[in-house]
Design a protein around this ligand. Structure first.
Ligand code: AMP
Ligand code: ZN
Length: 114
């Protein structure tokens, strides 16, 4: 989807600070970090929301989660604690309609979120 911001980041048409890339996923620094560590993990396959995840996507979603764990370890927040968030649709605050897993950590994170 050429008009999708995150597809444009995958295609290197928009710059990003890449934390990890492989054939299925890309991870990059959030442009407006909400915590000392704030990285987004996205699939290279365009899926607008979690509601579009189908049976063929299970391995991909698992790979996104494992990648997030690997990045948390690399950034030194695995044992301290971190949060994985996937906002879905307007009331949850989704602004980019290409699924992305937020990795947030490096400070105490309050619960429940706002
Ligand atoms: P959400 O509100 O859950 O859809 O999250 C979208 C996230 O994308 C926000 O945290 C934004 O700060 C982030 N974002 C938007 N544009 C960019 C960009 N060009 N590079 C990196 N992160 C971005
Ligand atoms: Zn996209």
């Amino acid at each position: 989807m050429s008009e999708c911001l995150f597809c444009r980041i995958i295609n290197k048409q928009v710059p990003a600070r890449v934390a990890h890339e492989d054939e299925r996923v890309l991870a990059f620094e959030d442009i407006t970090p909400q915590a000392p560590v704030h990285i987004l993990v996205i699939p290279k396959k365009h899926l607008s929301t979690v509601l579009d995840i189908g049976p063929d996507d299970h391995a991909l979603i698992g790979h996104m989660l494992q990648t997030a764990g690997n990045i948390a370890r690399e950034r030194g927040i695995a044992d301290r604690g971190f949060r994985l968030v996937m906002n879905t649709n307007p009331e949850a605050g989704q602004t980019v309609y290409h699924i992305h897993l937020h990795i947030l950590g490096g400070r105490p994170l309050h619960w429940p979120p706002g």
